[in-house]
Design a protein. Structure first.
Length: 221
């Protein structure tokens, strides 16, 4: 399963919050605080999904035609109506900001929508107990399905790092919400690929300088 498969068919999902995450409709209760007054809005681009365009326009509060990180954060919610955390939103902007402007235009937003929809299916599949979060065994199964066989020690670190609330190294994890699950998986992928580039003989070992180590660490989402 590809993390960056933007070629799948667009699936128009109903605005149901029985699972993971989605975009907040402009008619939802927490859109009213940031929607612009009813005034002229440009017509959607040719071929654009009208509802997706309406959602985009409703959070484009400055009317610039592109979403900043904070505007995009208002558009993305988890199944419990919490907004995506800011670090995950920054990661998504970094992935989909085609012109490297630090913002997301509508075409990028449409691609991001498909990406989120694919991740929703993954999250729903591995959320075996339908709790709305991913816990230890579920996380292990998800990563293993992507080809990442992390040790129990690494899984524990990952689970606590991306837990949805305050936790300790010794207490139980509170689970990983949809937004943090996406970021955790992308982080594992990014770090694994960075390590593989320096593990030239593919034996699971590599000798790194401090500079190389810091570069690998700092590129992680």
């Amino acid at each position: 399963m590809s993390y960056y498969n933007d070629g799948s068919n667009y699936v128009h999902r109903s605005h149901s919050h029985s699972y993971a995450g989605s975009y907040a409709s402009p008619h939802d209760h927490h859109s009213s605080s940031h929607s612009r007054p009813y005034s002229y809005q440009p017509a959607p681009p040719v071929g654009a999904d009208p509802q997706l365009w309406q959602w985009f326009a409703s959070v484009d509060t400055d009317g610039s035609g592109a979403l900043s990180v904070t505007e995009l954060q208002k558009a993305l919610v988890n199944g419990n109506w919490s907004n995506f955390d800011l670090d995950t939103v920054k990661m998504l902007v970094n992935i989909f900001d085609g012109n490297r402007s630090g913002t997301i235009g509508f075409a990028d937003f449409a691609r991001l929508w498909k990406y989120i929809a694919e991740w929703q299916s993954v999250f729903k599949h591995f959320d075996r107990d339908h709790s709305g979060s991913i816990e230890g065994r579920e996380l292990s199964e998800a990563l293993r399905s992507f080809g990442y066989n992390l040790s129990p020690a690494l899984l524990t670190i990952l689970e606590h790092k991306y837990a949805s609330g305050a936790t300790t190294a010794y207490g139980p994890s509170l689970g990983i919400t949809f937004d943090r699950f996406v970021r955790a998986c992308v982080t594992v992928k990014t770090l694994t690929e960075a390590f593989q580039r320096v593990d030239t003989d593919n034996d699971g070992w590599a000798q790194l300088s401090y500079e190389e180590f810091m570069k690998i660490t700092l590129i992680a989402p």
